[in-house]
Design a protein around this ligand. Structure first.
Ligand code: F6P
Length: 368
């Protein structure tokens, strides 16, 4: 039933690295806005880049039909652009300008002062900044990394885990044929959620996480023991942000203009090389990388996206701004936007998922 609300139009944006489930959330927001509340929706292309460029795309029931199951985001996304730090070249020198007042004007010209921002910690940080400039903002958490503070699950995480588990299932068979150690590197930045869940679901022998610095001599001893006692091949899952005791993460790229400059990657090959030396057994590394961000969202993500989308629209209608929808104990709740803005959630030593791995005898790199 359409109701008469003071808010007539909202702008919807997907920011940061893409993930499966973004289109599901776009679909849910558009359906809830139009069908339940009679609110118009405009999409902003390519995250905050589109807002800087003053671009808006009308979203309706027709142009969002059939997208719920589609990976990626029909709006596009960017994980380098923020209106608070725009690179410009002046007198041959690169400097950064705050152009947030300009994007506020763009929204006003479009007659919209309410935004639903779908993103990870970086995007929610920009969203919170926009909120402080008077824009009415509600955030929706997404990232395959599942590392956003304030919510137990983010859109995209479960699909990434499913993709990793399917890859691990395949790697088991080739590893077994060749009696090899297969080292599988997964994304996740400085949090080990993807690695831990993939390792649990994909029956890894070893899981190396950013939260627990590892000792490869211990891992090697564990793998040798396994080889001689019951299993001639091994699967090692390593998070891209994992590091050895006293060592540092492996950086694959520095992107100066990005708010989050460091891109991780490369630890998998290092671990494989060293394990080959330590165990004397053939090892291979594979990096799943952006494969984890691709493809259609699986069921959990589609439903989570629907719940988040509807709850965010409800928050708009109830005037609860500067907030973020969050998944807690099977409920979707509202938390202050600040909770997720630039803040991460890591695996604690008490995590039931981590404890499950320990109880299953999976090596976490800190003991044999
Ligand atoms: O935050 C999502 C994520 O996929 C991380 O897991 C990864 O470290 C990063 O983004 C990769 O970013 P890019 O797409 O810029 O390579």
């Amino acid at each position: 039933m359409k109701k008469n609300h003071p808010i007539k139009k909202i702008a919807l944006l997907t920011g940061g690295g893409d993930c499966p489930g973004l289109n599901s959330v776009i679909r849910a927001v558009v359906q809830s806005c139009i069908l339940e509340h009679g609110i118009q929706v405009v999409g902003i292309p390519d995250g905050f880049k589109g807002l800087l460029e003053n671009k808006f795309i009308p979203l309706d029931l027709l142009n969002t039909t059939g997208i719920l199951s589609k990976g990626g985001t029909i709006l596009g996304s960017s994980n380098v652009d923020t209106p608070f730090r725009v690179p410009v070249t002046k007198e041959g020198k690169k400097i950064y300008e705050d152009r947030s007042d300009e994007v506020v004007q763009h929204l006003k010209q479009e007659r919209v002062d309410t935004m639903i921002v779908v993103g990870g910690d970086g995007t929610q940080s920009i969203a919170h900044g926009m909120s402080q400039k008077g824009i009415k903002v509600v955030g929706i958490p997404k990232t395959i990394d599942n590392d956003l503070n304030g919510t137990e699950f983010t859109i995209g995480f479960y699909t990434a885990v499913t993709t990793a588990v399917e890859a691990l299932d395949k790697l088991h068979t080739t590893a077994e044929s060749h009696h090899r150690i297969m080292v599988v590197e997964v994304m996740g930045r400085n949090a080990g959620w993807i690695a831990l869940f993939a390792g649990l679901g994909g029956d890894a022998d070893v899981i190396l996480l950013p939260e627990i610095s590892f000792d490869l001599n211990k891992v090697g001893a564990y793998l040798n023991d396994l080889y001689h006692s019951r299993k001639k091949y091994s699967i090692v899952v390593v998070a891209e942000g994992a590091k050895p005791i006293g060592g540092d993460v492996v950086v694959s790229k520095i992107i100066e203009d990005s708010p989050e400059k460091i891109r991780l990657g490369g630890i998998g090959h290092r671990v494989a090389e060293q394990l080959e030396k330590i165990t004397g057994r053939e090892s291979r590394a594979i990096v799943l990388g952006h494969l984890l961000r691709g493809g259609a969202p699986e069921g959990f993500d589609r439903i989570l996206a629907s719940r988040f989308g509807v709850a965010a629209v409800q928050a708009v209608v109830e005037g609860k701004f500067d907030t973020m929808v969050a998944y807690r104990n099977d409920n979707v709740e509202l938390v202050p936007l600040e909770t997720g803005a630039g803040k991460n959630r890591f695996i604690s030593p008490e995590s039931p998922f981590l404890q499950t791995a320990r109880h299953r005898g999976i090596c976490l790199g800190d003991s044999i």
